[in-house]
Design a protein around this ligand. Structure first.
Ligand code: SF4
Ligand code: SF4
Length: 316
């Protein structure tokens, strides 16, 4: 597998309108994954992948044990006896980077950092600008101290008028921070919105720092309790057409240990098992997992949750 998503917390300090985490009731319970469970997730992830993420929902750097969890990851990685490693692609909203940046840079297990800078578009301008400045300061530090670290600054919905004000501002600040101010040389020419199109989504800023644009996706709607345990080919002969790479390239473990098919299933609509009760390999070979995966191979969306999903339309 390319990666396993481990949701170390479902807590976030932002309230993005497009995210189920940001729009949950303030009174909804919030959870931080306990250390013992986290260790089990890491050890199980190491049996199927070389890469983990620390999110499904939530802002991972808010976990009080975030620094310790990086150390545990380093330990699990170096204890592997199959010649492979286990590294982290950290996706963060960047709001804590002034406090957590040094810890992240000091951890050799962090291979890539994705900053969800598109989330700032909904914040009051001053707060957004401050967050972006902290992220760019981190990038400049990383360009010197961690030349091996990949960084992605994410933009959303380039070309959409409602996003353009923030996207333009962000590009201006990136250009300023990295001295991309008008030379004809492509390494120092400013990056503008016009550079992006469906075939050119990623631009190199400097070293291993990129700006990446994508379009906003919709989180699939939950299904009824009866439907969520189905995904059974005998219950329906004509499945909607479609495929997905989930269970082949990735799967996810929620903050309470439920293993789900993909990183969009934040509420456990396709719960395949619990990592406390079974190995990840066994769970990925459970009848439900096999059934769903077989459906993807045959271009059939067998699970009702997948039938509600528009994200999979990206995969032909
Ligand atoms: S920052 Fe990320 S996790 Fe937090 S509300 Fe926004 S999209 Fe959701
Ligand atoms: S089709 Fe959608 S909901 Fe189903 S596994 Fe793929 S991404 Fe997840």
């Amino acid at each position: 597998m390319n990666g396993v998503y481990i949701e170390i917390t479902d807590v976030c300090n932002l309230h993005c309108s497009f995210c189920p985490c940001g729009t949950r009731a303030v009174s909804a319970p919030r959870t931080f994954m306990p250390s013992e469970l986290f260790e089990r997730c890491l050890n199980e992830a190491a049996t199927v992948t070389e890469q983990v993420y620390f999110h499904v929902l939530g802002e991972p750097t808010l976990h009080p044990g975030f620094g310790i969890y990086l150390k545990k990851l380093e330990q699990v990685s170096s204890a592997r006896n199959d010649g492979k490693s286990l590294s982290l692609t950290l996706t963060t909203n960047g709001t804590t980077i002034e406090r957590t940046g040094k810890t992240i840079l000091a951890s050799p297990a962090v291979r890539q950092v994705n900053f969800s800078t598109h989330a700032y578009a909904e914040l009051p301008f001053e707060e957004a600008a401050e967050n972006l400045q902290d992220v760019l300061d981190f990038c400049r530090m990383a360009a010197v101290e961690r030349t091996d670290l990949y960084i992605n600054l994410r933009l959303w919905n380039v070309g959409d008028e409602s996003s353009n004000t923030w996207n333009n501002y962000m590009l201006e600040q990136v250009n300023k921070a990295f001295g991309r101010t008008g030379s004809a040389d492509e390494n120092s020419a400013p990056i503008t919105l016009e550079h992006f199109c469906s075939r050119h989504k990623s631009f190199l800023v400097e070293g291993r720092i990129y700006i990446h644009q994508d379009s906003r996706f919709e989180w699939p709607a939950a299904v009824s309790d009866d439907d969520s345990t189905s995904g059974n080919s005998s219950s329906c002969a004509n499945f909607p057409k479609g495929t997905c790479r989930a269970l082949d390239t990735h799967c996810a473990i929620l903050h309470d240990g439920r293993v789900v098919a993909c990183c969009l299933d934040h509420s456990g609509q396709i719960t395949l098992g619990r990592i406390q009760d079974n190995s990840l390999l066994n769970i990925l070979h459970s009848p439900l997992a096999v059934q769903i995966k077989e459906g993807f191979t045959n271009h059939e969306l067998r699970h009702p949750f997948c039938q509600n999903c528009t994200f999979c339309k990206r995969f032909k």
